[in-house]
Design a binder for this molecule. Structure first.
Ligand code: PEP
Length: 251
């Protein structure tokens, strides 16, 4: 079986102006990183309104992702963006189930799973986010929580080829408190075992499980060295030049 290609996603969240976008893209375009064929798949996720601009400016070996999409076919859903629209704009990836949407917008695991399933049927590739809160970690329920979030998705899809699973502990997102390499490895290993037992050995072997939560240029190398960490989803640091160092941590 082919090795899992390292994956680095940059989640720009609800940040920036058109001018900022140009600056970030210039840094990425000028970065000397080993080619995608060799090392890492790189996907950046600007806010919807900048997707077209970024797609037009960004180097061709990097791709773009939307940060969300609607759960079903588009229609009378004011303010939403449909999967069909993303496909129409040739946006290949979408982030779904980010903890900010789960927590602030009340997206349940079932709703996220419906979104993942629908987006896949439309031909999008999905970065599906899961992760426990600090309370849940302290209560010792981390594996139960992430397994339940993964199970909700597994029950609604049959093909995992176009999914990247992003383990993002909520307590690590935007807090500067990164998981230790051992903590990340423990959960990634647990998730791979869960996939092995509950989906299939080949899905467990081939699905990329990436880590997100306060990854930066200084801590990425050690995390990337863990056998079950197949890359990163990066928030704050993806808006800075150090994102290039994170991409390079694949080597
Ligand atoms: C994220 O938003 O997915 C994330 C991981 O954020 P940060 O890197 O800023 O913690």
């Amino acid at each position: 079986m082919a090795a899992r290609k390292f994956f680095v996603g940059g989640n720009w969240k609800c940040n920036g102006t058109g001018e900022d976008v140009k600056k970030i893209v210039t840094v990425l375009n000028e970065a000397e990183v080993p080619s995608e064929d060799v090392v890492a798949e790189v996907v950046v996720s600007p806010p919807f309104v900048f997707l077209q601009q970024v797609k037009g400016l960004l180097r061709l070996d990097f791709a773009v992702a939307a940060q969300n999409c609607w759960v079903r076919k588009g229609g009378a859903f004011t303010g939403e963006i449909s999967a069909e629209m993303l496909v129409n704009l040739q946006v290949p990836w979408v982030i779904l189930g980010h903890s900010e949407r789960r927590a602030l917008l009340g997206e349940s695991s079932d709703f996220v799973a419906d979104k993942v399933a629908y987006a896949l049927t439309q031909g999008l590739k999905v970065i599906a986010c899961i992760g426990e809160t600090l309370e849940q970690r302290e209560a010792g329920t981390t594996m139960d929580v992430v397994a339940a979030q993964t199970k909700a998705i597994a029950e609604k899809i049959s093909d995992w080829t176009n999914i990247v699973l992003a383990y993002e502990p909520v307590w690590a997102i935007g807090t500067g408190k990164v998981a230790t390499p051992a903590q990340a490895q423990e959960v990634h290993d647990g998730l791979r075992k869960w996939l092995h037992s509950n989906v299939s050995p080949s899905v467990a072997e081939s699905t990329r499980i990436i880590y997100g939560g306060s990854v930066n240029g200084a801590n990425c190398k050690e995390l990337a060295a863990q056998p079950d960490v197949d890359g990163f989803l990066v928030g704050g640091a993806s808006l800075k030049p150090e994102f290039v160092d994170i991409i390079k941590s694949a080597t």
